[in-house]
Write a new protein. Structure first.
Length: 156
């Protein structure tokens, strides 16, 4: 089974495009998942950004994860992937990442790229499993705590 295939997810889970109704929960997930979270206002601005594409995983109608990217010309830049910490290890991140990859392929993007904390081995394994390879390091990229980022890229 490839990334994003929904058969591994419970039937009560659905991936949909981000809408205004998801913003409050997405802002909560940001606070739970990241040391320097995006604000609700930042997430809301992505709804009007013509370059942004965001997808939400709903479980029984409740947002349990989301993923977003910016599409610039034929390039894709993944900005966020977040899953409710109490719902991890059930395939939410893998399915959302797969949705971004499939969207990128449909849009005929040349590549997808992202930054990931050097210490976040679980996320690195997720990305490597989807075909991403380490392409470089961004020293001191992250704050709270300060840490380097690995740049990972998938050529499409």
């Amino acid at each position: 089974m490839g990334p994003g295939e929904m058969s591994a997810l419970p039937e009560n889970m659905l991936i949909t495009r981000m809408r205004a109704k998801h913003l409050d929960r997405m802002a909560e997930l940001e606070k739970l998942c990241f040391g320097v979270p995006w604000t609700r206002a930042m997430l809301k601005s992505e709804l009007k950004n013509p370059l942004a594409r965001y997808f939400v995983m709903e479980e029984n109608g409740v947002c349990v994860g989301y993923a977003g990217m910016q599409c610039v010309l034929d390039e894709g830049y993944i900005t966020n992937i977040a899953a409710d910490p109490t719902r991890r290890r059930v395939g939410i991140g893998r399915a959302l990442l797969g949705t971004l990859v499939e969207y990128a392929k449909r849009q005929e993007l040349s590549f997808l790229t992202l930054e990931v904390r050097r210490s976040n081995l679980a996320a690195q394994a997720l990305y490597a499993g989807a075909g991403f390879a380490t392409a470089g390091v961004r020293p001191g990229y992250y704050r709270s705590p300060d840490e380097d980022a690995l740049l990972m890229t998938l050529t499409l």
